[in-house]
Design a protein around this ligand. Structure first.
Ligand code: 5AD
Ligand code: SF4
Length: 315
């Protein structure tokens, strides 16, 4: 698939035929099964100032937290007891020694023998290498937008190139890489969304999470409109065609804009992953990336999957 073809699918392909093709491929590559990743948002402390995100350092209106190693292990235990097949450890981006997180990874790995995904931002190669040696298998760092000028506007002081380099290094180090981007960012065009899909293909992403942009009231983008969920569904279907074997989550952002049907529609568009949160509720309420963030718990995940006639590992 080249960029022209992608753009055609974005602009003109009838959504029904797109969904049908995506489902045919999904059945062949992934079958009926939906993977469940247990998400632990272990800290909302962040040194960056991404214009769209409520965790940005300049936002003084949220209470910052950091779970202890024991808290994280407890949450991981709960996720695994519930049936999750992977643990995802996510936080804001902070510099600092990698050992603390490495110890957590090692401990979870030794206790549970499951794949572990890290999502803690841009780091130097040595840190990625160290965490891999501690037992991390996958790493999630979304490119967010493939438009280099928009990227620099949204991430003051940082470049798309550095971001892409992280993904390349992670791939070289043997990680499964999780990419992703937002849909409906102010100033984003369909052409640039075609570039997003194309970049994800070029990077050979093993996973790609796509969600609508949702404004957060304490950020510079507070007054912009949210991205279109229908466009997100179209993009998930195109990604299923472009990357037949990739793991594609039906994101929480979809569930935030449409609590009743968002994630179900994501699964029906070709997604095969859900990521319910196992962050203890008293902390999770301060993980405010965007407003009205829907917390998808195990019960809802089960219901959504079963309503699509698909299977899951949840007890
Ligand atoms: N709307 C939608 N998604 C967002 N993210 C951050 N802020 C927003 C927002 N306002 C997503 C980004 C980031 C992840 C932590 O959350 O894709 O990678
Ligand atoms: Fe920090 Fe990530 Fe939010 Fe950017 S998107 S402000 S790096 S938590």
């Amino acid at each position: 698939m080249d960029k022209k073809e992608i753009l055609h699918l974005l602009k003109e392909a009838p959504i029904e035929s797109l969904l049908e093709s995506a489902n045919t491929i999904l059945e062949k590559t992934k079958g009926n099964h939906v993977h469940i990743r247990g998400l632990i948002e272990f800290s909302n402390i962040c040194s960056r100032n991404c214009l769209y995100c409520g965790l940005r350092a300049q936002n003084k209106d949220i209470k910052r937290y950091s779970l202890t190693q024991d808290n994280i292990l407890d949450a991981a235990g709960a996720a695994i007891n519930a049936g999750c097949d992977t643990i995802v450890l996510q936080s804001g981006e902070v510099s600092g020694a990698p050992q603390w997180l490495g110890e957590v990874v090692r401990e979870i790995k030794n206790n549970f023998h499951l794949p572990i995904t890290l999502s803690v931002g841009e780091r130097k190669r040595q840190d990625y290498e160290y965490w891999r040696d501690c037992g991390a298998d996958r790493y999630l760092v979304k490119h967010e937008t493939a438009d280099p000028i928009l990227y620099e506007k949204l991430h003051p002081g940082f470049s798309l190139n550095d971001r892409i380099n992280c993904l390349k290094i992670l791939k070289e180090l043997g990680y499964e890489i999780g990419d992703g981007f937002m849909v409906g960012l102010p100033g984003q065009t369909l052409e640039s969304l075609a570039d997003d899909i194309y970049l994800t293909m070029q990077l050979g992403a093993d996973m790609c999470g796509v969600g609508p942009f949702i404004p957060q009231k304490n950020t510079p983008l507070a007054n912009y409109a949210n991205g279109s969920p229908d466009l997100v569904l179209r993009i998930i279907a195109i990604l299923r065609l472009a990357l037949p074997n990739a793991n594609l989550p039906a994101t929480t952002a979809l569930a935030t804009l449409d609590p009743a049907l968002g994630q179900k529609n994501g699964l029906l568009a070709g997604a095969n992953v859900l990521m319910p949160s196992f962050t203890p509720a008293e902390y999770a309420e301060n993980y405010i990336i965007y407003d009205n963030k829907n917390r998808v718990a195990v019960k809802e995940a089960k219901e959504v999957i079963e309503s699509c006639g698909r299977t899951h590992p949840l007890g």
